[in-house]
Design a protein around this ligand. Sequence first.
Ligand code: KDG
Length: 316
Amino acid sequence: GPRVVAIGETMAMMRSGTIGSLAHLPSVDISLGGAESNLAIGLRRLGVPVAWVSRVGDDPLGTRVMREIRAEGVEVRCAVDPTRPTGLMVKSRPTGTTTRVDYYRAGSAASALTPADLPAGLLEQAEIVHVSGITPLLSATAHATNVAAVQRAATAGIPVSLDVNYRSRLGSRERLAELLGEILEHVDIVFGGPEELSILAPGVDEGDHRALLRALASGGRQVVAKLGADGGAALAEGEILEAPGHRVDVVDTVGAGDAFVAGYLSAQLDGLDVPARLARANACGALACTTPGDWEGAPRLSDLDALLAGDGGDPV
Ligand code: KDG
């Protein structure tokens, strides 16, 4: 069975590789993206059996979302909702250095996630249950699904992983703090950029990631800060460890954080120590930046070996 279960919305994506406004460009490519399925794909590529739980609409884009994720070897546990559409995101490049994301996800099938969408027994047999801070901002029932997943995991003694993944377009930091506050005591490992971790640690200077790690590390919780090009830092067993990032030619940073988390969790499941978890997380995050797409660039173990050995071309 799956060692990790990840829960959350995946949207169909339309994206333009050409620079310019979609007010004028003639065409887009179709893909998909969702933080939790990006993570699931990232984990699967690193050898971890994983399931993804969500909802899609009864429409071709929903079929495409499920097909693509299944094709990556992820166990898809997805309800098909005949009354709501699959969510959509539109990604464009208004200029050579900016990415624009527009959401068409209000009222989507996944925004109607309910605790009944969590398959019986699936979470209880996993080694990690993973949720994000996107789901609670989708709707009250989606939030209830996150809460139910975390409670079921906690009851079964399964560690819970949370990626804060704050999306400002879905709600305020205060609202997210309130909603995640309902699950935080059961979260065993939390990931976020400093500005995301500070949502859970109000009053702590968001420029001081070490203070943020300490503020959130109660009850033996691991706290992992994603520091982008600067790498990552983790507080585990009372100790803070930092690991630098890799220099890569950045094409698209979206999804890098999900790849980072996949690297960290897969290394933890492989029984590796915290420095090795951070090293793999950094390598995965870096490689994910070198290709367009939210998950397409997520590396396999062999890709990591090449990067870490320094023979992967430009990287390092
Ligand atoms: O983590 C990358 C995500 O931003 C993307 O794939 C889509 O889940 C997504 C979101 O809500 O923005």
